[in-house]
Structures are given as structure tokens and as C-alpha cells.
Design a protein around this ligand. Structure first.
Ligand SMILES: [Zn+2]
Ligand SMILES: [Zn+2]
Length: 363
């Protein structure tokens, strides 16, 4: 096969102002999850492209789980009780939906989408993977939106997520999908972390986030932030501005909306690691799941995303079931985001034919 077909390069985005094209040094190729399959072919025949700024979100095939029995679950009862109460409140919110004011429903939906963007466009594509760059006003917006979503602060979310990619589906993966649907969905938040998650998490390069004042500011004031942005403000606004019942405001706009965002995000870790197709890399478990893409604002193209974590669209496509990419593109249009990284079609095709389910070596 011609060498240029095997090269995975970053192509310029169609409306972007700046472009990054990087070819990985050969020793980096071994760290790329993509390279596991590539290593079956003679080295030096192909180049795997990686994001030059982000190194610790690439699969590390050198990690080995410790032998012997797995450590017992240590339950975190505070989280179990709070999570149980939250979900009961959300279910009650579901029953209140028919009697809510239209404004309340619209407001809850907008708050849902905004907080989802704080996770997808913010904690995930910007801060965990550095797939694009954002100017200060956008970063301020994403920090606020991220606090509305209350899924731990950006620093902690990105650390857990980088370690999830680097040690995917091993003991060092915080939501290791090998431990079942429930564990990877929510169970991992209800027990103490596996010692390897903590150990490997500590060794990650988080210097970029430590150096980002806004991220550290959010971390310092996180409790106050979530109190207001996740709980008090969404309860207060419908109640105060259009006279919604206090219970409708609390159970729909706050508890139901928060629970839906949580579960949509968790489905990426559970369902999208179990159900769907693997057109890009059949050697890994993450899959393309359209329902998850729909609920999680474009984060369901998970076989693609684990294969090319540096792609700003987290998908081969752009706006197809991908509100987050639409949002980032709008921000680019406004000059608030730039330097989006996108894998070229030729590179994707080459990768599909080499490691995808439809590849010649399939079977
Ligand atoms: Zn994943
Ligand atoms: Zn990711």
C-alpha cells in the first residue's frame, strides 16, 4: 500500500484559521492505542499522527494488571445515599413534568444543553484532550457550564479521563468496562478507586491544567460553584421569574436535569463501551453508539474517539448527531475557538482497512 495512504495526518478544518499537522516521532507510535495493531506490520512502514501537546491520553500497552485477587470494593456510603436520593428526586421530577409550565421545561432543556457542553466541549474535548484551543471568554463560559454539570471539577475530570484512555479497560481505568455495565456507568463513583487508578493518575502529566488559572480557580471554589450553579440558580430562576411552583423548580429544573446530564455522560462509559460497531479498531471495546451520541451531544462515536482521541469532533463526521461539534464550529466562526484538529479522510480510511471490523484481517 502506498505510504501516503497509511499516514494519519491532521487536515485543516473547513472554516478554520489555523492548522496543525504533526507526525509522531517513532517512539510515540508505540504509545498509541492505534499502534497496537500497527505493530503487527513491520515498523517504519507507517506513521501514526498524535497530538503534539497531549501525550497522556494515548493508550499505553505496556501496563500490566497486578496478579492475584482483585481488591474488595470499599463502599462510599455518602455517595451511595446522595446518588440514591438524587435519582429518587429525578423520578419524582418525571411525574411532575406534565404539570410544569412550558417556560420551566424550556429552561430545564437549555440548562441541560449548556451543562452538557461544559462536559463535552469543555472538560472532554478542550481540557482532557486539547483537540482545539479556546479564547478566554469561551473558557469562562465553559468553566461556568462545567460547574453547572457538577461532575467533579475540570482538573479531576480530565485526570480521570486521561487515565481512562491511557489504561482503557484495565484496573487503572477508573470506570473499567470489563467490570460490567453498572460499574462503568455509576458504580465506580460509589466505591473507592482501585489503587492502580490512583497510582497511575498521580503519574499523569497534568501540567497544562495546573498552569491554567481558570481551571485552578474553579477547583479552589468548586463547592461554592456547584451550590449556586448546579442547585440554587436553576431552582430559583423558574420560581422567581415566572412563578413556577417551588417543587417543580427543584425536582425538574434542578434534580431531573442534573440526573439526565449525569446519566447521558455515564452512558458513554457504559453503553458505548459495550453496544455498537467497531469500524475503526476492532481490537478495542469502545463502540459507535448512535443513541449515546444523541443523548450525550455527540460523544457516542466512541470507537472512533478511542482510536483518534485528538480529533475535535470525536467522530469521523462533523454535525451528524453531534451538537458539540456544531457548537465548537460556531465558536470558531465567532473567533472564540481555533486550531481544531481533524484527522483526514484518507487516514481514517487507511485505519479502517487496517484495523476496522471490515478490514481484510477481520475474523
Ligand atoms: Zn471510553
Ligand atoms: Zn475522551
Amino acid at each position: 500500500m502506498p505510504a501516503h495512504l497509511l499516514q494519519e495526518e491532521i487536515s485543516p478544518s473547513y472554516t478554520m484559521t489555523t492548522t496543525t499537522t504533526i507526525t509522531a516521532p517513532s517512539n510515540r507510535a508505540l504509545q498509541n492505542g492505534a499502534a497496537r495493531a500497527a505493530s503487527k506490520t513491520p515498523m517504519g512502514q507507517e506513521k501514526e499522527e498524535v497530538n503534539y501537546e497531549m501525550r497522556d491520553d494515548m493508550f499505553d500497552p505496556t501496563y500490566r494488571e497486578k496478579e492475584g485477587p482483585k481488591p474488595k470494593f470499599i463502599y462510599v456510603w455518602r455517595n451511595i445515599i446522595l446518588m440514591g436520593m438524587l435519582h429518587l428526586g429525578a423520578i419524582y421530577g418525571l411525574f411532575l413534568l406534565p404539570s410544569a409550565q412550558l417556560y420551566t421545561l424550556l429552561f430545564a432543556f437549555v440548562y441541560y444543553m449548556t451543562s452538557a457542553l461544559g462536559i463535552t466541549a469543555g472538560a472532554h474535548r478542550l481540557w482532557s484532550h486539547r483537540t482545539y484551543k479556546a479564547r478566554l471568554p469561551l473558557r469562562v463560559f465553559l468553566t461556568i457550564a462545567n460547574t453547572m454539570a457538577f461532575q467533579n471539577d475540570i482538573y479531576e475530570w480530565a485526570r480521570d479521563h486521561r487515565v481512562h484512555h491511557k489504561f482503557s479497560e484495565t484496573d487503572a481505568d477508573p470506570h473499567n468496562a470489563q467490570r460490567g455495565f453498572f460499574f462503568s456507568h455509576v458504580g465506580w463513583l460509589l466505591v473507592r478507586k482501585h489503587p492502580d487508578v490512583i497510582e497511575k493518575g498521580r503519574l499523569l502529566d497534568m501540567s497544562d491544567l495546573k498552569a491554567e488559572k481558570l481551571v485552578m480557580f474553579q477547583r479552589r471554589h468548586y463547592k461554592l460553584g456547584i451550590l449556586f450553579l448546579c442547585f440554587l440558580i436553576p431552582t430559583f430562576i423558574p420560581y422567581y421569574f415566572w412563578g413556577e411552583n417551588f417543587s417543580h423548580s427543584l425536582f425538574i429544573s434542578t434534580l431531573l436535569r442534573y440526573t439526565v446530564v449525569l446519566n447521558a455522560t455515564w452512558l458513554v462509559n457504559s453503553a458505548a463501551h459495550m453496544y455498537g460497531s467497531r469500524p475503526y479498531d476492532k481490537n478495542i471495546n469502545p463502540r459507535e453508539n448512535m443513541l449515546v451520541a444523541l443523548g450525550a451531544a455527540g460523544e457516542g462515536f466512541h470507537n472512533y474517539h478511542h482510536t483518534f482521541p485528538y480529533d475535535y469532533s470525536a467522530s469521523e463526521y462533523r454535525w451528524h448527531l453531534n451538537f458539540t461539534t456544531f457548537f465548537i464550529d460556531c465558536m470558531c466562526f465567532l473567533g472564540l475557538a481555533y486550531d481544531r484538529k481533524k484527522v483526514s479522510k484518507a487516514a481514517i480510511l487507511a485505519r479502517c482497512s487496517r484495523t476496522g471490523e471490515g478490514s481484510a484481517k477481520s475474523g
